[in-house]
Design a binder for this molecule. Structure first.
Ligand code: NAD
Length: 355
């Protein structure tokens, strides 16, 4: 059985961290007896430079023929002043998300005991390993709701949800909770917003399909505060497009380094996996980026798209061993000794082989 993966390294540190993730993939393919057909495509500034568009037709075809898309990162100062539809962000990444009809964004947030000092939160709060996942609705809500209007003296947007939109994202969150600690916190603003009242009612209905999962609700203003005061309380946070946009960045901030945080965006047939951070132009081309976010995105892909749970666990165990054992790239070195991007790749490959 071979899995077809579209590999889009992109810009900045994308190609560097992708190279390490593909080395790790080779190791787990051999160890766990599966194989992948990798087809590389151009995206972002790299796509614009080579083919005149940040999402070239050939890349679209590669993605639509694949079982999953594995993305590095896009963007950089070189392409900032292009017309909006040709920028890596709008013309590349957002267009790709639309092409794949992605409806759920999954962002794990982890603060290791050993990396506590990277977090802006105090030791008094971080008494244990923080480990939760934000499940953000990605295709509806106020970003896409019609009508919208912008005039000189008046403007409005529409926060609209249909029952089936909420059911779909709620099931994604409950399914994830079933593989974790079986707790879901649904975040809304049901004290004020009609769309949140529907959201809450539908989430409660879906919860009945998952009797083992404990559900509680928080208003978004409280959740923003609770993330700072007690992030240990969360297992899975389920929330709307707008609230998730804000809360998932807040959860990335409390973790300290973007270089550690993977993400997945689920589509109905093809899902996309990428690091939470961007192309980091400030450190690109120096072999010093942290490849862990890319490598953990690989673990999410193997688990969610291909049910290769053992391989995903082997990757996560290797990352845990490296981090707890003091192997650090510059972003997580806390001023101490650091290793390069490719050395981190070497170490993770070695740990997986040895396990
Ligand atoms: P960024 O995430 O690229 O960088 C923010 C900071 O985090 C930088 O100091 C960077 O060095 C650091 N960082 C990020 N990933 C790292 C890693 N793996 N290892 C070590 N350090 C890491 O955000 P930015 O600087 O605001 O944006 C740079 C470019 O990336 C922009 O063009 C932006 O549009 C684009 N961007 C792309 C994506 C994406 O590809 N999904 C996401 C966000 C930003």
């Amino acid at each position: 059985m071979a899995y077809n993966i579209a590999v889009l390294p992109g810009d900045g540190i994308g190609p560097e961290v992708m190279a390490q993730a593909l080395r790790v993939l080779k190791v787990v393919e051999e160890k766990f007896g599966f194989s992948c057909n990798l087809t590389e495509g151009l995206i972002g500034g790299a796509g614009y430079d080579a083919a005149g568009h940040p999402l070239p037709e050939e890349t679209k075809e590669i993605c639509l023929k694949s079982d999953a898309v594995f993305l590095g990162s896009i963007g950089g100062p070189k392409w900032e002043n292009l017309p909006p539809e040709l920028t890596p962000e709008l013309g590349g990444l957002l267009a790709l998300r639309k092409l794949l009809n992605l409806y759920a964004n999954i962002r794990p947030a982890v603060i290791y005991e050993e990396l506590k000092e990277m977090s802006p939160l105090s030791e008094r709060i971080l008494t244990d390993k923080v480990d939760f996942v934000t499940v953000r609705e990605l295709a509806y809500g106020v970003y896409f709701g019609q009508p919208k209007m912008l005039e000189e003296d008046e403007a409005f947007d529409t926060m609209r949800y249909r029952k089936e939109n909420v059911e779909q994202i709620a099931r994604a969150a409950f399914d994830i909770a079933m593989k974790r600690d079986k707790r879901v916190t649904s975040v809304d603003k049901a004290n004020v917003l009609s769309s949140s009242k529907l959201w809450r009612r539908v989430v409660e209905e879906v919860a009945k399909e998952y009797p083992e999962v404990t559900l509680n609700h928080q208003y978004v203003d409280n959740a923003a505060m609770q993330l700072m005061l007690n992030p240990l309380q969360y297992d899975v946070i389920l929330t709307t497009n707008l609230f998730g946009d804000i809360l998932s960045d807040e959860s990335a901030a409390i973790c300290g380094s973007l270089g550690m945080l993977p993400s997945a965006s689920y589509g109905e047939s093809i899902s996309l996996y990428e690091p939470s951070g961007g192309s980091a132009p400030d450190i690109a081309g120096k072999n010093i980026a942290n490849p862990i976010a890319q490598i953990l995105s690989l673990a999410m892909m193997l688990e969610s798209s291909f049910n290769e749970d053992a391989a995903a666990k082997a990757i996560r165990d290797a990352v845990d061993k490296a981090v707890t054992g003091g192997q650090r790239t510059g972003d997580i070195a806390c001023g101490g000794k650091s290793i390069t991007c490719s050395q981190m790749g070497d170490i993770l490959c070695q740990y997986i082989k040895e396990a």
